[in-house]
Design a protein around this ligand. Structure first.
Ligand code: GRG
Length: 299
């Protein structure tokens, strides 16, 4: 980040770089089957903050990796994130009409195509992660694949958190179950990008542990902030439908703890995260900046 660039500008610049790579890493709209590729690209290239790839770039660069070595994994993570959004929006799950400021994938292409577009993005992610990279360390590549597959999986991870969330709808959920859902559904796919950046950069075990601790804290803070935004924002600000949690009788941080306590908890998690990475004496301060952005954002 240059002296005159604001952090928002910095994130927008990183997002533009990620978008160029994503564009190249997914088949074009004219490649058969055209409709499927159109649907994949419609959701993937529809905007989005690109927070997860930015975390991989920030963590990896802070430890000393080259951007080009980080981009394939950063983009694969964004593909998996987008698949989870497409499937989450389906009528069988959250039944949402709006995502990233435009009609959801199934609204634009129909349910069957949306399901397949999500499946295809997940599959393409692992194709990208396992692509030939002769100059890269094969052991690290396998470690990266394992880290991402674990975060997208069932145990304390994305799919496990999603099913726990669905099963808890309409029930009285206690604070520890809510925390489990948040850490799994959201936290795992925010922690993994940070750890993956470290692995690609050749970080030591101790550095990886600290990066993981940072990721876990900002992951939970991100979901608490998301719960708060769901009750305090408009659909124009969010690019998705607000108030859905309350309508579905979902347990959220503000519902259980109130808004002020939730805000205080998110702030505390971010402070802890910043302290952890400050102790690493990294090459940049981007991880600290991103941690602060996570609770200051408005969408
Ligand atoms: C379908 C396996 C499966 C999982 C779905 C991602 C998800 C799990 C559900 C989406 C609903 C939700 C509230 C998820 C929590 C994570 C979250 C806030 C996702 C949105 O991430 P942002 O804000 O979105 O980074 P953009 O569009 O900016 O990428």
């Amino acid at each position: 980040m240059s002296a005159t660039e604001t952090f928002k500008d910095y994130l927008a610049r990183r997002a533009a770089e990620v978008n160029q790579w994503l564009d190249r890493l997914v088949p074009s709209e004219t490649t058969p089957p055209e409709q499927l590729h159109r649907a994949m690209r419609y959701s993937l290239l529809a905007g989005g903050k690109r927070l997860r790839p930015s975390l991989t770039l920030a963590a990896g660069e802070a430890v000393g990796a080259d951007t080009d070595d980080l981009m394939p994994a950063a983009c694969a993570i964004e593909m998996i994130h987008t698949y989870s959004l497409i499937h989450d929006d389906l009528p069988a799950m959250d039944n949402d009409d709006l995502r990233r400021g435009r009609p959801t994938c199934h609204k634009a292409f129909g349910e069957a195509v949306a399901i397949l577009a999500g499946d295809a993005l997940l599959t393409q992610a692992f194709r990208v992660l396992s692509a030939d990279a002769p100059h890269r360390d094969a052991e690290r590549q396998v470690q990266v694949i394992r880290e991402i597959a674990t975060a997208a999986g069932t145990v304390d991870a994305l799919i496990g958190g999603q099913i726990a969330d669905i099963e808890s709808e309409g029930k009285n959920v206690d604070a520890s179950t809510l925390e489990y859902i948040h850490r799994s559904k959201t936290g795992a796919m925010i922690t993994a990008p940070v750890v993956v950046g470290g692995i690609i950069a050749g970080a030591s075990e101790e550095q990886i542990d600290k990066l993981r601790g940072y990721g876990q804290r900002i992951g939970l803070a991100f979901q608490i902030a998301d719960d708060i935004l769901d009750v305090t924002s408009t659909s124009e600000q969010l690019g998705k439908t607000p108030g859905k949690d309350q309508a579905a009788n979902k347990a959220t941080y503000p519902a259980i703890h109130g808004i002020a306590t939730s805000q205080a908890r998110a702030r505390q998690l971010v402070e802890e995260a910043v302290e952890i990475v400050s102790g690493l004496h990294l090459k940049t301060h981007m991880l600290e900046e991103i941690a602060r952005f996570i609770i200051a954002r408005s969408s």
